[in-house]
Design a binder for this molecule. Sequence first.
Ligand code: PMP
Length: 410
Amino acid sequence: AETVDVEAIREEYPILEREFDGEDLVYLDNAATTQTPEPVVSAMSDYYREQNANVHRGIHHLSQEASVAYEDAHDRLAEFVGASGGREEMVFTKNTTESENLVAYAWGMRELGPGDEVVLTEMEHHASLVTWQQIAKRTGADCRYIRVDDDGRLDMDHAEELIGEDTEMVSAVHVSNTLGTINPVSELADLAHANDSYIFVDGAQAVPNQPVDVEAIDADFYAFSGHKMAGPTGIGCLYGKSHLLEEMEPYLYGGGMIRKVTFEDSTWDEVPWKFEPGTPPIAEAVGIHAAADYLDGIGLERIREHENELVTYAYDRLTEHDDVEIYGPEPGPDRGGLVSFNIDGVHAHDLASIMNDHAVAIRAGDHCTQPLHDELGVAASARASFYLYNTREEVDALLEGIDDARELFA
Ligand code: PMP
């Protein structure tokens, strides 16, 4: 497949020209946050220069324009992930974590009780793991975890065993931010639905890097973040099937989400506004809209192909050495564009620090998947994660950094 024109793309990211102590920045921490291209930055600065006002349809021109821009962004993001219902299926939040909390509180606190089960995977990010775990504790429900096999894939036999009569919700990460595994979320959705339960998909690492269609997956809820898809921080998305969002009570209360208020009681505005109280992230909505246009303009298929090439190259080079342990599946159709690993005798944090001496930005730690790292038998790993602007030369810089670390710690 055709891939992306990296050189042209890089020109839209001035930050990539930064140097530290004479070394060119090599940014390989895209699973944590991606860089923001000019079209997104300028959409946001144009908004502040020309349209800035509060939304909720004030009478004046600026408020009208800001309201339209804010509302339209919902339709655009719905479309971006294949939701045909537009804004009625797209709630803006602060990030994936808040989307997760919204459903866990608004849906979970009402629907879960003793004897009920939430089925998660062992590779959940803390955003879903901790949230469902704590809501389960409050409601008396139990959490069960689908096993990850030695190749870093979900044990689907175990999934079939776990998802049953007592299951009320399945919460699964679409692409693991630690293992890189692309999970069969549509199969999990079928299992959930065959057992009269629902599925929440954490798409934080999927939406930025591959085409996603929530309707093809048949997800009931699907969450992602602006800052991981070439968009701004401060905004996240929650897709939900409209009948579910309709039935759910609000999770946060305040102005802008009501229909009628008396001293005794209140009624709610329609979806999505009933879930978006207070002044929302308006400039960020403009920014994430621009990010969706930007990514579609390049093509998610091509971005996926480019990342696949980089991760395959990194994987092949890393496995030339037998002191390297890589987590997750081999590159291929079910591996996304990131690689977590350890080098014998070098702590992941030391490795990241040596990399930083060369201006190579990688992650070290548990990547918000502590229980998974416990299962892997390590406290931490190093992670390099790629995006559309990364090059093979940057992967080489990563490998040189690893060689340096080997020499230092030998
Ligand atoms: N889920 C996954 C798979 C992630 O990678 C992340 C970000 N590391 C999150 C959830 C949380 O995203 P945010 O910090 O934007 O809420």
